[in-house]
Structures are given as structure tokens and as C-alpha cells.
Write a protein that binds this ligand. Sequence first.
Ligand code: PMP
Length: 402
Amino acid sequence: MDWSQVFATRMGRMKASEIRELLKLLDQPDIISFAGGIPDPALFPADAFARAFADAMRPGEAGVALQYSVSEGYKPLREWIAARMAGLGVPCGVDNILITSGSQQALDYLGKLMLSPGDTALVTSPTYLGALGAFNAYEPRYARLDPMRNAEPAALAAEAADAGSAIKFAYLSADFANPTGETLSRAGREALLDRAAALDIAVIEDAAYQELRYDGTPVPPILALDVARSGGIENTRTIYCGSFSKTLAPGLRVGWVCAAREVIGRLVLMKQAADLHSATLNQIATNHVARAEFDAHVARIKAVYAGRRDRMLAALSREMPAGVEFTRPEGGMFVWLTLDPAIDAAELLARAVRDERVAFVPGGAFFADGSGRNTLRLSFSCASDAQIDEGIARLGRLLRQS
Ligand code: PMP
């Protein structure tokens, strides 16, 4: 069978994630890897989940937990999230919340909701690779979103129109972004909302890391700034994608969207058509654990991650040769390095693994336009102090030879 002739054109845009392929190669005990951007499994609240799952399996409860449930999501969890969003400056009701299978599913649905083939999505450069993966299925074109120094809306619109394309949304991760670790300032968020209003497009705010702030002053979510200027959530253009993956545990696949009811209503139709609802049991367990100990748990993991970030920044200051620049993230899991323009980080990785047994993610993968070859991402989330010291020393040695 010639399968290629039955596959849809959208498959041409769907590639294996370079990072996932890379991570498979790095699973060797003597490699110090700063490549994977995942939470430390030692920090999962496993006891709390054990109790929550046991409670959910008690007679009387199990019939609900193991049954089909509504597409919008488990109502007590949506209520907890709505209260949490209100605390972030987004007064809203349960009807503004949809539970998704991780925020990744929200990105897929938002692509499906807004992108017809050839439409334009504005994305930062670099951006979260998984967002490009989700959007690619809907065959968009990308244009560069630079929240601080953007092309004027008129120029962006003219460029899209020349390409016969309509701009639909701007996507960004505003807090401790994957991959750069950087946070968009309040002024940058306001400027972004101004531009989005001028273009009359949506803003997708990916808040996957928002809870993981270690220091500095919290910046209100873009959605909160949007609510403040538009007089209520029903008039906003921002779609907030939240997740329990980095705070509680990613394996449960529980995330949410917070947005105007008009958007949520459409996403509920998509959820019905795609998978009916997210796993009932996981939503119930997440609700138990969130209500019992979300803040205490997040405070615990933040203390650990903050220590690792400090350790990595200290090691980088000590070990990096002149000319290497790195970000100083106030939260999240990543530090972003910019090397001499002559260095190709993908080639560097091959040598790093072969000669120094240290690994990272070459930054080129995170750029929709093929640039950024001299950049790389380091994750400190799963590394011990000793691994950080030794791994960054190895990287420094390699870069001094380059
Ligand atoms: N957004 C960003 C920026 C991420 O880094 C990730 C996971 N690495 C996600 C979304 C998806 O997370 P999840 O589906 O587990 O909520």
C-alpha cells in the first residue's frame, strides 16, 4: 500500500519532535543531561495522590470517578480553578473554565478553532516547540512576534495580506518561557494587548510555568490586564492556558483554559468531538490534592528549583568563557545560552556527548524560521548540585576549545 497517497496534506507538516528523538539518545547513566525540561519526579506529591485516588475509589465515590463525565470538566475542580484565577486578577465563573488533557490539548484545540490553512499565527522566536507542533497540523504560516520591538500592526497586517493570509492570534509563554526562561514585563504585556487590539486578533497566553516564580515581582497575567481594560472576562481577547503539569504532576494530563464563554463554548464542542472529556478520576484526584495542599506543595518545589537555578547561574558565571551570554530567569526550569555566532549548537551537542558526556538542547529547534543555531537550552529542574557543578564545568571546557 502506498500510504502517502491516502495521508492528508497536514501530515506533511507533522514531524517527530527533535527534542524527543534527542532525549532517547541521552538516556545513558554517565551523561549529565540538562536537556529534558521535565519536573523532578522526586518532588511529585505521590502520598497525597495515593490518598486522593483511594478516596475516589470508596463505595459511593467510585461510581462517579469511573464513569463518563461532562466535557467541560469536573465542576469542583473548575470551581477551585475559577477561584484561583480570581486571585490572579481574573474574576470569572466556572463557565469560563474548560478542563483539558494538559495544556497541550488546549493548544491543539486553539489551532483547530482559529487556523484555516494558510492563516497566520504570530509566535515569538524562539517559542515552545510543542506549540508549533500543535499548530502545524492546521497548516498555518508563522510571522514573528517580538512583544517588545514588534513591527507595527499595520506592517504585520500588510505582510500577511500580501501572502493572502489572515492573522488570527499571537501565541506566547509570558512567564519563564520555554525555552528562554524570560518573562515579559507588564509594559510588554500592555503593548502586546494594544497590538492585538489594533489587529483584532486573539492572544494565547501559555501559563504552563506561571506558578513557578522564585524571586522578583510577579507580573499580572495578560488575561488579568485584558480584563482590567475591557471591563470583564466576556469582553477579553486573551485565552489563558493553565496546567497542573509543572506544579503537581504531568502524568495526570490535567490542564485548563480560562477565557470568555464564547470561546469556552466552542472548545467544549471540540472536546466532545475529540475525546468526550478528560479522565474523570484524574480530575477528581487533582481536585483533592489541589484543595488539600496546592500552595504548600508549590512552595516546597519552588524552594528546591530556586536552589538549582542559583547553583546553575553561579556555575555558568564561573565556567563560561567570555562571549557566552545567558538569561537569569526569575522562575521556571530553563536557562538560555547565546554562543558566538560561529558556533553551531547542534554540532556542539554531538561533541559534548562524545567528548564530555554532557547534554543540552540545541536552540535552533525552537525557531519557526530556522535561525538561532548558536543558542542552546539548559534545564536545571532535575539536576543535583554536584551534576550542575560538574556538567557546567564540562560545558565550559568544551566551549573554551571551540
Ligand atoms: N506549554 C509549555 C511552554 C510547555 O513547556 C509545556 C510542557 N513542556 C506545555 C505547554 C504542555 O504541558 P502540559 O500539556 O503537560 O500541560
